[in-house]
Ligand binder design. Sequence first.
Ligand SMILES: [Zn+2]
Length: 164
Amino acid sequence: MPDKISKLHRSWVMSRVGSRNTKPELIARSLLHNLGYRFTVNGPHNKKLPGKPDIVLPKYRTVVFVHGCFWHRHPNCKIATTPKSNQDYWLPKFRKNVERDRRNQTALQKAGWNVLVIWECELKDLEAVAARLINELPRETKYELPEEIESHRLVAEQKNAFGL
Ligand SMILES: [Zn+2]
């Protein structure tokens, strides 16, 4: 690591590695919770699945990563700047992060998991994130007609039975 990057910065970077309960993650969690989804943040899946997903929704076989735009290189994002100096340090580091994310995502998908990424910058517009989550979370696999429709169907059948 170049000398120009201070020890202080290095310890900050190290403290971020594998850190949990970051602010964006907490926001994403409360959003999901408010939408009525149940999930784990510290369960066996969170610890053992590739990439140690921040949020796991076992019922939906879905994992959610809350990604910082800078470190995970959100494409076309203002936050994902590239420092002008020390590019020999930054560029390979960024590349490694992106490659690692891709590898983890592929491994998860191969194992049958649906992978969602929430970008840090997206959390500025919670309604948009909420809409995307609802849209992208797979429907529950169990199909049950709502009671109302079910009773209409019975009524219709009864009518048929009487030749009406
Ligand atoms: Zn972003």
